[in-house]
Design a protein around this ligand. Structure first.
Ligand SMILES: [Zn+2]
Length: 335
């Protein structure tokens, strides 16, 4: 695979965009997922109140479990749509401790003794489907799962075409619109954020497009840089802001609004005081903008250079930490 070519391809931008949207929605529905599991956990704890706890020696043979562990089986089964539950791999001893430890009963087991990761969309879909505490429509869950598998997890081309991207965002909108989810999120705000993720192209790619356009301009002036950004700024709010600032600089206005991107403050001061050697400073200005975007771009990938060793799409999903995603979303929206 030619990764250099891939990074420049709009369908790779779509792939990144789809990945971000899937992680975003799963993070968003974390409280919804947790509340449902908590409800089940509390219900069982109430039913078994006063009974003794596991001795901590129960293995993977249900027939040899202690009485307290066996007493969790029936109520857990009654909360599950899947019959029968395969009990052989469950770590029973800590069921009583936390709702997180019963999540694996409703989804695939990690196999390493750790609790199920319900921030993985695939696991979350299984939990919503198999745990009776959730009343999400089956068709909605199935569409989200299908999109996640087809366009992200099992997509070895790392490309997503426009129609498929639209299909993913439709499925995610249906998920946020589901009646059962409704009361757990601020729907208008979340839909707006999802829309912004959909419209945010990969910044690194955008910068290289600006550079390409700028290189082809015969006159390397603020005006030509302004033209270069205009050509790629249609779908990118950040570039629209820069375009706006550039226009003002180009009209030699003395007062420039510098609240949007701090870096532009230094750039504009430099440009205002050096009209004589404009060409040199326009180039410097471009470098400043590129640096600003590179920094912003790092919030998306977490790394400047992706580590392609042993890459799998599942790893990519797990490698976008919640904090970074929040930062990315925050930066995108503030800018
Ligand atoms: Zn036990």
């Amino acid at each position: 695979m030619d990764f250099e070519k891939l990074f420049q391809h709009p369908e790779y931008e779509n792939y990144v965009c789809v990945n971000l949207a899937l992680v975003f929605v799963c993070q968003l529905l974390k409280p919804y997922t947790e509340q449902g599991l908590q409800q089940v956990h509390q219900d069982i704890k109430n039913k078994l109140a006063g009974k003794s706890k596991c001795t901590g020696t129960c293995g993977n043979q249900p027939s040899r479990w202690c009485q307290p562990c066996k007493s969790w089986q029936k109520p857990l089964q009654s909360h599950s749509t899947k019959r029968p539950i395969d009990w052989t791999k469950h770590t029973t001893a800590n069921w009583e401790e936390s709702f997180e430890n019963i999540a694996s009963v409703f989804t695939t087991l990690p196999g390493d003794g750790t609790p199920a990761n319900y921030l993985d969309l695939s696991n979350a879909c299984s939990i919503w489907e198999r745990c009776k505490a959730f009343e999400m429509k089956k068709v909605v869950i199935n569409n989200v799962r299908k999109c996640r598998n087809k366009y992200f997890a099992h997509n070895d081309t790392l490309r997503v075409d426009g129609n498929s991207k639209a299909e993913v965002f439709d499925a995610l909108r249906d998920l946020l619109n589901d009646k059962d989810v409704g009361s757990h999120i601020d729907k208008i705000l979340c839909m707006d954020k999802l829309q912004k993720i959909m419209n945010t192209p990969c910044l690194q790619n955008t910068i290289s497009n600006i550079k390409k356009n700028f290189d082809h301009q015969s006159e390397k002036t603020i005006e030509s840089l302004s033209k270069s950004t205009a050509m790629v700024s249609e779908k990118c709010e950040i570039l629209k802001d820069i375009q706006y600032e550039l226009k003002k600089l180009n009209q030699n206005q003395t007062r420039v609004n510098l609240e949007i991107i701090d870096n532009l403050h230094d750039i504009s001061k430099m440009v205002k005081t050096t009209n004589k050697s404009l060409k040199k400073h326009v180039l410097a200005m471009f470098v400043y903008i590129a640096v600003a975007f590179t920094i912003a771009g790092r919030y998306i990938s977490g790394n400047n250079k992706p580590d392609w060793n042993g890459i799998s799409s599942n790893n990519m999903a797990n490698n976008i930490p919640a904090g970074k995603l929040k930062n990315f979303v925050f930066i995108s929206f503030v800018l």
